[in-house]
Design a protein around this ligand. Structure first.
Ligand SMILES: [Zn+2]
Length: 248
């Protein structure tokens, strides 16, 4: 009997040692419209086929009335447990970097009025075209300031922030997913070895989670292949892929 319990203890201990960080795929710059279609379609189809959860940052201005027909099968996809496979998150209204006062990015150094207007526009256009309420925000260029925090906090539907170092959150509790490991060596340039080096440098496999940022609409064939290798590596390591709202 004692030997049996000892064995069970050993098994439990080894399972806890093997616990891996949760993986949050933060895939940026998704649009869906009649001019360009959905340039992330290949990536989205691949991840769904692999049963891998992923979150996609849409730029609301890049959506039109064809968006739901292009994205609907992903938005509605569920796994065997009935959980959503995809989360759509707010990645700005227009992804601009030419705003007053001095060619500012959409959410850094711009006025409260502009940030508020763009945030609300992004939110309402996604409701209009995709029929869903977003809960996560990640700014274009990951460029934010304290005004952005105020604007996001003013909308009670938002609970999670991607890559948001600003620390003046007095309005309400927002979960910040700031631990990001790079898998692109420069925007779009996905590379397995680079990712492994970044993991090593940042001790990533000792952490509870890691955010992996990528830009599927920009990937060429070999960059997409590198991304697939990264996903395969993480699956091999028994990592669980989760949506940002699951880490709330
Ligand atoms: Zn972006």
């Amino acid at each position: 009997m004692i030997r049996k319990f000892g064995l069970i203890f050993l098994m439990l201990a080894s399972i806890s040692v093997l616990a891996q960080p949760k993986i949050v795929l933060k895939l940026d710059d998704v649009g869906a419209n009649k001019v360009s279609g959905n340039k992330a379609d290949q990536t989205m189809a691949y991840l769904l086929q692999m049963n891998v959860k992923a979150s996609y940052g849409v730029v609301a201005k890049w959506l039109d009335e064809t968006a739901l027909s292009l994205l609907g099968r992903y938005i509605n996809a569920k796994n065997a447990k009935g959980e959503a496979m995809v989360e759509i998150w707010h990645h700005g209204y227009d992804h601009s970097n030419s705003n007053p006062p001095s060619k500012n990015m959409e959410y850094k150094g711009t006025s409260y009025e502009l940030q508020k207007k763009n945030f609300n526009l992004g939110d309402s256009l996604v409701r209009k075209y995709l029929g869903l309420q977003m809960h996560t925000f990640g700014a274009p260029f990951n460029a934010v300031d304290s005004t952005t925090l105020r604007v996001v906090a003013e909308n009670k539907n938002y609970h999670i922030l991607y890559c948001f170092p600003e620390n003046t959150d007095s309005e309400k509790q927002l979960t910040r997913l700031n631990f990001r490991i790079k898998m692109e060596n420069g925007t779009g340039k996905t590379n397995l070895q680079y990712f492994l080096d970044e993991c090593e440098k940042n001790n990533a496999f000792s952490s509870a989670y890691m955010v992996l940022q990528g830009h599927p609409p920009q990937w060429n064939v070999s960059q997409f292949e590198e991304f697939k290798k990264i996903v395969a590596y993480l699956i091999e390591k028994n990592c669980e892929f989760v949506l940002p709202s699951e880490l709330k």
